[in-house]
Design a protein around this ligand. Structure first.
Ligand SMILES: N[C@@H](CCC[C@H](N)C(=O)O)C(=O)O
Length: 366
């Protein structure tokens, strides 16, 4: 990293402990311009610079620490000073995972974005707000420089719609409940399971057929009561096994690298479906091993995929109003609601401001 890298202003927020650094895109592009004009070695591979920048900033000990970075851009830069909550508010974002890979969507980052916009008084939380994608072209990254698994980032379809936000500020805490319309699944199918690959996780491995759910981003959801007693280490081990080895064995290149959902239910064999539904509120616990970030404390799109998988496996009926998922970092819910004339999956939960600051190169030195 070049040494002129100084005084980068950021804000950090989290949704159920899935944490993100928010950076104004203009600031990043000014940094690039500065390096290119002042440095003898201008940036020739912007995609690698971006990756290294994100990895360093997200590093838990040498950087600020986060599961990813959200670059945001106000299409009308005056909006910040006008603070009018007006119709003109248009926000574009690019989400990058902590390993520098692009994320097609991220429910928790969108919840945090909602809070960030409410804190800076540009969104009142009452009007629906569509969030668009910030094109990689703006980072001088060309389509040909992006890997096959990440070409989605060149599509111009929007991320999601923030539909409602309620801001709470008291002396103790500053948070908001934000609802995000995550869209509708594009593809869902059952996948076979290679039983003997799971043998070292215990004799009583009792899995329902896993479900592949393609939202804007891909998820492979495994359902088993076994996950209820898993430690973080076991989630990481199983997540990695499924993400790489099982995927290669069972699905090959037919699907992209996926987030792995590990969903546990009360003992399926002993509970009638009615019981499962009536105990809905606390019935499902979920952990996700993400693409690009590993095990995270919570995953909003993972919870969305889990609800889709439960419906597809007929473990819950579509009519259930709201399904809650207990995740290591907190609780989120997914409901089915008609938004913009379409039944969409809506993610709800808290987002919280952590801190703001500025960072310079020295923080990144090894
Ligand atoms: N790692 C994911 C993107 C992040 C998902 C997120 N934590 C969420 O809340 O949805 C990917 O690359 O698909």
């Amino acid at each position: 990293m070049p040494k002129i890298f100084d005084n980068i202003q950021f804000e950090k927020l989290h949704g159920a402990s899935n944490d993100f650094i928010f950076l104004d895109f203009i600031q990043y592009s000014n940094l690039i311009k500065k390096i290119n004009t002042q440095n003898k070695a201008p940036i020739s591979y912007p995609q690698f610079f971006l990756k290294e920048f994100v990895i360093n900033l997200c590093h838990r000990t040498r950087g600020v620490g986060a599961d990813g970075i959200v670059f945001y851009k106000f299409v009308d830069p005056q909006i910040r000073s006008n603070k009018t909550n007006n119709q003109k508010l248009k926000v574009e974002i690019l989400i990058v995972n902590s390993d520098g890979s692009f994320a097609a969507t991220c429910g928790n980052a969108l919840r945090c974005l909602g809070l960030m916009l409410m804190r800076s008084r540009v969104w009142d939380g009452l009007k629906e707000l569509q969030i668009d994608r910030l094109s990689p072209k703006e980072f001088s990254i060309k389509k040909n420089d992006i890997s096959n698994d990440e070409q989605f980032v060149c599509e111009i379809n929007p991320f999601a719609t923030l539909i409602f936000g309620q801001y709470v500020k008291d002396t103790e805490k500053e948070l908001a409940v934000i609802n995000v319309a995550m869209g509708i699944e594009k593809k869902v199918f059952l996948t076979p399971l290679v039983e003997n690959s799971l043998i070292h996780f215990g004799k009583e491995v009792d899995f329902l057929t896993p479900v592949f759910v393609q939202l804007s981003n891909p998820h492979w959801v495994f359902i088993s009561p076994l996950f209820k007693s898993f430690t973080k280490k076991q989630f990481e081990e199983f997540g990695l096994l499924a993400q790489i080895e099982l995927k290669n064995k069972i699905l090959g290149n037919s699907v992209p690298l996926a987030n792995i959902g590990m969903l546990s239910v009360l003992d399926i064999s002993q509970n009638s479906k009615e019981k499962i539904i009536s105990k809905n509120e606390n019935n499902w616990s979920l952990a996700v091993f993400e693409r690009g970030a590993g095990f995270t404390e919570c995953c909003g799109s993972g919870a969305t995929a889990a609800r889709v998988a439960l419906e597809y496996s007929q473990l819950i009926p579509k009519e259930i109003e709201e399904v809650y998922f207990k995740m290591p970092g907190g609780k989120v819910s997914i409901s089915n609601r008609i938004i913009q004339n379409q039944t969409q999956r809506v993610l709800s939960g808290d987002a919280q401001f952590v801190f703001q600051g500025s960072v310079s190169f020295t923080a990144f030195s090894k």
